[in-house]
Design a protein around this ligand. Sequence first.
Ligand SMILES: [Zn+2]
Length: 245
Amino acid sequence: MPDRRRAERSVSERPTTDRAHDAVLRHIEDSLRSGDLRLGDRLPGERALAEQFGISRASVRDAIRALEVMGIVRSATGSGPNAGTIVVSDPSSALGSALRLHVASQRLPVKDIVEARVMMETWSLAHAAAAPWEPAQLAEPRRLLEAMDDEALPSAAFTALDAQFHVALSALAGNAVVSTMMDSLRESIRGYVDEAVLAHGEWHSIVEELRRQHRGILGAVEARDGERAARLVREHIEWFYAQTL
Ligand SMILES: [Zn+2]
């Protein structure tokens, strides 16, 4: 079926592939969490996945290739018992739970998480300025920003959205490894921010400043000003950390 394959390739443009890869990855994460899928299980075939996600088979192949590079699945051709695409690692738990454990047992200092965040997020936002993202990709960080404007939001809900906002912004740089690391750090970020908020006790005095800083960061990304976005995200992370010392 060479003709069909060519046709599929022509519709497989970069942003579509990124979304497809995201959708397939999220599906695997959700299925592992719910127990519908376990490590060692086989993914449905290309055709079934394409139908399930409403994407082309070329996009499915690209997504599988990306997951393979990330070490989440392993593909084998042929028709034997080991053929097909097998899930070999849980994308969300591998690094994420190891970090959570370290943080919980205080073997991974908050200071080190903060430094790692500054490193990854300044790099991401500096690169996001020149990355080929579509304006529509800003919908998710914008939605999170609006959700954080809710005055009635409990601090724990705010910090969860805050961590998601940083993951979504970093993803605009288009680096799959940095995105995965940021996503894995999400719960650790939320964890130390939550603890800091509880210890600080003055939530109302800092939440308005956090909103102001977030708007500034998103504005710089929207304006494709990488230098300003990187500076503002560094100031934001370090300012909050300073409140907790
Ligand atoms: Zn933030």
